[in-house]
Design a protein around this ligand. Structure first.
Ligand SMILES: N[C@@H](CCC(=O)N[C@@H](CS)C(=O)NCC(=O)O)C(=O)O
Length: 230
């Protein structure tokens, strides 16, 4: 198969790329990377020395494509389908990219900070950094709540790159700092994302791995408002 996607089924940035593949039914071979396994890690480093997932290898075009956003942009250009991930108009395109960056930087990153702090050795935790990350999530929720008052998707009626980014970011952020009970528009948006067949498939495939999530509150495929508050 021409397209190989290096991924882990629990990894949120991999989910973002997978949504794009499933939106347009693009065939690919998944290569599951286990960073805890030396052989798997070394094989992955040989493909992409930064060892961050996802990474796309396009054998037909002889290209290695890193970074979830860039993978989606690459698919949009070279493997286009009915869902177009970037609007043709420059104004729509920059706004889509802005919301994509927003979800990566202000939801995914603080969410990962909170989750990976759990994996640090005793005495190496960063309680202050975790508090800052929680505050940043709350700030991002406050921006998104009015933003999603009257829109179906991040850019309005069309599902784009920004929604691929939003889906796993909001799903996992809601697991670590639930917003369901307090942010109704955001909860309704996450519910729409979870009902979208592409993301529903990603979650279904990830579910067997949810027990590995290193927080007490495990991810759940349930209505966002149903998550327990912390
Ligand atoms: N900016 C990157 C972030 C990728 C990333 O952080 N991936 C995580 C999995 S969700 C990873 O590979 N973590 C492994 C590690 O940090 O060792 C992207 O958008 O693809």
């Amino acid at each position: 198969m021409s397209l190989k996607l290096y991924l882990h089924p629990l990894a949120s940035f991999c989910h973002k790329a997978l949504v794009a593949f499933y939106e347009n039914g693009i065939p690919f071979e998944p290569v599951v990377v286990d960073l805890a396994d030396e052989t798997s890690r070394a094989a992955f480093r040989a493909v992409w020395p930064m060892a961050k997932m996802p990474v796309l290898r396009d054998e037909a075009r002889g290209r290695t494509v890193a970074e979830s956003t860039i993978i989606i942009e690459y698919l949009d250009v070279y493997y286009p389908g009915t869902t177009r991930f970037l609007p043709a108009h420059p104004d729509g395109a920059w706004q889509t990219r802005m919301w994509d960056r927003f979800h990566d930087h202000y939801l995914q990153e603080p969410m990962q900070k909170i989750v990976t702090d759990r994996l640090r050795p005793a005495g190496k935790h960063d309680a202050f950094g975790v508090e800052q990350a929680k505050a940043q999530l709350q700030q991002a929720y406050a921006v998104l709540e009015p933003e999603m008052a009257a829109k179906t998707w991040m850019m309005g009626d069309a599902f784009t790159l920004a929604d691929c980014a939003a889906a796993p970011a909001l799903f996992y952020a809601n697991t670590v700092v639930p917003f369901g009970p307090t942010h109704r528009n955001l909860a309704a948006y996450l519910a729409r994302l979870m009902a979208r067949p592409s993301f529903a498939r990603v979650l279904e495939e990830a579910e067997p791995y949810f027990g590995l999530f290193p927080m007490e509150q495990k991810p759940q495929i349930a209505a966002p408002g149903a998550m327990a508050s912390t």
